[in-house]
Design a protein around this ligand. Structure first.
Ligand code: KG4
Ligand code: ZN
Length: 348
């Protein structure tokens, strides 16, 4: 299997990693969270500038930690879509330049494909087909992974992504950024059954509900209205832990129901979870229990592989290179690209 150097700069992490045969030789992640914290979210221009400052030291560090030289590298990969255009361009330019200088193939990778392949790095015998639940700050997707490069998005969010909902609810409770880990911690001390909140079902024109799509903006508004009501009754006594626990419980139950239904409907016995929200203790508990009851296997990679990293990008690239896929030099970056269109990134 090939040794790939992968670069990830689609959002607020500058990451470089080297992967060989589903093994991580090195994985460097320089997070920009502290930089963006003061603005309460990611500022795109700041992100690009920071990637420019950090990318070269990260590449050197990845090679040094892996104790490898350019002679050992078989291909260079970078995330090219979806993401912040300026941020993506930093990684793409670095990868193409290095691939040209050292005469290696270049591979442009879809960020969600990286999250899909994170599971390969933590379970050596994991293979297609499987269902991937991808829950991050930007995505809530149920993806049927048929083969390398062949994906069908079966479910998505109609409005806010799961992580975005955690971040927005944390902001309205004045808890700070990013909100997911803070809500998760508070929820441990609260009563998840204290408040009943709406799950956000998507009605279908022919009646009934969409089985796999989600909506979280109604839930966020319901939390806002509840907070206003509670504040009126008791201005200084907001039950923050109960609110966090009830919100988390609603999200976890809703995602679990959709994921299990989707897996069963498509006869898929294996479920891989990815993205920052895969760290959530409520989601882990509910999905693991439901999978067990339905004789399904669910895998949550370790947290450092759920959040953005370059090892998953290098791993996805290795799978593509193994199939003979490489990207043309003229390939550019895209802020949006549906997952079922990834083969557009390769030469034919
Ligand atoms: O995958 P990720 O690191 O970056 C994106 O590609 O978006 O995900 C970040 C998101 C944030 O919205 C953060 O609040 C959420 O993941 N998150 C969590 C937890 N840890 C991170 N959400 C719920 N519970 C957590 N423990
Ligand atoms: Zn991501």
């Amino acid at each position: 299997m090939k040794t790939i150097l992968g670069i990830e700069t689609s959002c607020d992490e500058t990451a470089v990693a080297i992967v060989n045969n589903r093994q991580i030789c090195s994985s460097i992640v320089a997070s920009q969270i502290d930089l963006h914290k003061r603005y309460g979210g990611v500022v795109p221009e700041e992100a690009s500038r920071q990637h420019l400052l950090t990318i070269n030291p990260c590449i050197e560090e990845a090679l040094r930690t892996a104790k490898l030289t350019w002679n050992d590298i078989d291909g260079v990969a970078a995330t090219v879509a979806p993401g912040l255009i300026g941020a993506l361009m930093v990684g793409e330019t670095a990868a193409k330049t290095l691939a040209m200088i050292y005469q290696k193939p270049f591979l442009g990778i879809h960020h969600l494909e990286g999250h899909i392949y994170a599971t390969y790095l933590s379970v050596s015998n994991w293979n297609t087909p499987f269902l991937c639940l991808l829950v991050s700050g930007g995505h809530t997707s149920l993806i049927y992974v048929k083969d390398c490069g062949i994906y069908e998005q079966l479910g998505t969010t109609r409005d806010d992504a799961a992580g975005e909902a955690f971040d927005k609810v944390a902001r309205l409770l004045n808890l700070g950024y990013p909100g997911g880990p803070i809500i998760d911690k508070l929820a441990q001390k609260g009563n998840p059954k204290k408040f009943t909140l709406p799950e956000g079902k998507i009605s279908l024109p022919q009646g009934g509900y969409h089985p796999y799509d989600s909506s979280f903006s109604g839930l966020k508004t319901a939390v806002l209205r509840l907070v206003e009501k509670l504040k009126q009754a008791e201005p200084n006594q907001l039950p923050i832990a109960d609110l966090a626990a009830s919100f988390q419980e609603t999200v976890a139950r809703s995602l679990t129901k959709k994921t299990i239904t989707c897996a069963l409907d498509h006869n898929l016995t294996h479920i891989a979870v990815g993205g920052g929200v895969a760290a959530n203790s409520g989601l882990r508990k509910h999905l693991q229990e439901a999978a067990k009851q339905n004789n399904l296997t669910v895998h949550f990679p370790p947290l450092n592989l759920c959040t953005d990293n370059a090892a998953m990008i290098a791993c996805a690239a290795a799978e593509h290179l193994e199939k003979g896929h490489t990207s043309p030099w003229k390939l550019g970056v895209e802020s949006r690209l549906p997952i079922n269109e990834v083969m557009k990134l390769y030469c034919h």
